[in-house]
Write a protein that binds this ligand. Structure first.
Ligand SMILES: C[S@@+](CC[C@H](N)C(=O)[O-])C[C@H]1O[C@@H](n2cnc3c(N)ncnc32)[C@H](O)[C@@H]1O
Length: 376
């Protein structure tokens, strides 16, 4: 099967590295998605283990379609009955770019009609009641080629299940995980997020340090499909439990000026089963200091999402930069949409563009000195 994994812009490398580490080979990233081949075991493992990918799609076919008739015929020729039953609730998720079939809603309607027509014929039923399991069919048209997929994940992979409460401008879990994956963080090093908000970064760091698979406790749409071999998801989850790390990890510090944010973050950490690994405090980031000589600070300061008119963020960023400079051999990664960030911090060792909730952000990386003890 051809498997497609959409990844957000700027985090392709982290997702590719994860896939390689899972022993699934070198997968190329093309136009915001990673492609690889594999069976149901691979689909199950990707859903359970992947931290940075957005979802796991199965490619059912690629059709050259410049007209609705071509789209209908091409879709109807694909073996949908191998995956879908007479009860499947079929939803369509479409997008079109640089193509004659730009009216994506209409194109989605055509795809659904063609699938229904094929299923009625092959399953020998007069109607499809859509009362059962969900399957989201993706229709992605680019330069007049439609790629038709089935979404095995269902809810996006960023939905780990722990973030149930909301606080200001949270970072997407998959983006947080990708930044951690790309950083120098390892379980032997201290970690800090002094603007922790709802806790995404320290929780993702703790999940990473403990080797806890992000999809370990949730379900995926493909588990309920008729074509899924029994046991694939159970085996992936057993592998996840067996690979967890129960030894000692270096401290993970998380703090925020707002006591409410800290109590939300604690609740999320409890749900993610990492509360014991994170040292939460409420307080101003200006007061943060750590005993550990070496560590990794990854943080997402406010960038004006709730600013009063005329409020200036520069003093906060300047003080943050001073605080970071006081940490001896720490590396720091700052994600922000505030354009004065680099002015406050100075030239970074590395700079990258990321998107959070469709907002263009910079990730600035400042590397600390290499530790003398190579273990940390
Ligand atoms: C963009 S949000 C962080 C969101 C977080 N990454 C998440 O995923 O939920 C910025 C946070 O900085 C906090 N904050 C603002 N000024 C602060 C200060 N001086 N010291 C510590 N935290 C501060 C706010 O309360 C807010 O929770």
């Amino acid at each position: 099967m051809n498997i497609l994994i959409p990844v957000a812009s700027g985090i392709e490398a982290a997702a590719k590295r994860e896939i390689e580490r899972m022993g699934l080979g070198h997968a190329p990233a093309v136009r915001g998605r990673i492609e690889l081949e594999g069976g149901w075991e691979t689909v199950a493992r990707l859903n359970v283990f992947l931290r940075a990918g957005e979802r796991v799609l199965l490619e059912i076919g690629r059709i050259r379609a410049e007209t609705f008739d071509e789209l209908f015929d091409g879709t109807q020729a694909l073996p949908w009955e191998e995956y879908l039953s007479a009860h499947t609730k079929i939803l369509i998720d479409g997008k079109s770019f640089k193509s004659k079939l730009a009216a994506i809603k209409a194109a989605g309607g055509v795809v659904k009609k063609a699938i229904v027509s094929r299923l009625k014929e092959k399953l020998r039923v007069a109607t499809l009641d859509e009362s059962g399991e969900r399957a989201v069919v993706g229709v992605s048209i680019f330069e007049d080629v439609a790629t038709l997929t089935l979404d095995t994940s269902g809810d996006g992979l960023h939905k780990r299940g722990y973030r149930v409460l909301s606080y200001d401008a949270p970072l997407r879990e998959t983006t947080a995980a990708a930044i951690i994956e790309d950083s120098f963080y390892r379980r032997e090093k201290a970690f800090s997020d002094p603007f922790c908000g709802s806790g995404t970064l320290p929780i993702e760091a703790a999940l990473y340090a403990r080797g806890i698979a992000p999809g370990k406790s949730r379900t995926f749409d493909f588990e309920r499909w008729k074509c899924t071999p029994k046991g694939a998801i159970a085996r992936a989850k057993e592998e996840a439990v067996a690979s967890e790390f129960h030894g000692e990890i270096a401290p993970i510090y998380a703090s925020d000026l707002s006591p409410r944010a800290v109590s939300i973050a604690k609740e999320h950490a409890k749900r993610a089963n990492v509360l014991k690994d994170i040292r939460f405090t409420a307080g101003d980031m200006r007061n943060f200091s750590a005993q550990e000589r070496c560590g990794v600070l990854i943080s997402n300061p406010p960038y004006g999402e709730r600013m009063e008119a005329g409020e200036d963020l520069f003093p906060l960023y300047r003080d943050f930069a001073h605080m970071v400079k006081r940490l001896p051999d720490w590396s720091a990664y700052v994600i922000s949409a505030y354009e004065g960030c680099e002015r406050a911090f100075g030239r970074p060792d590395k700079r990258r563009i990321l998107y959070n909730a469709n907002l263009k952000c910079s990730l600035l990386a400042f590397f600390g000195k290499k530790p003398k003890n190579p273990r940390i």
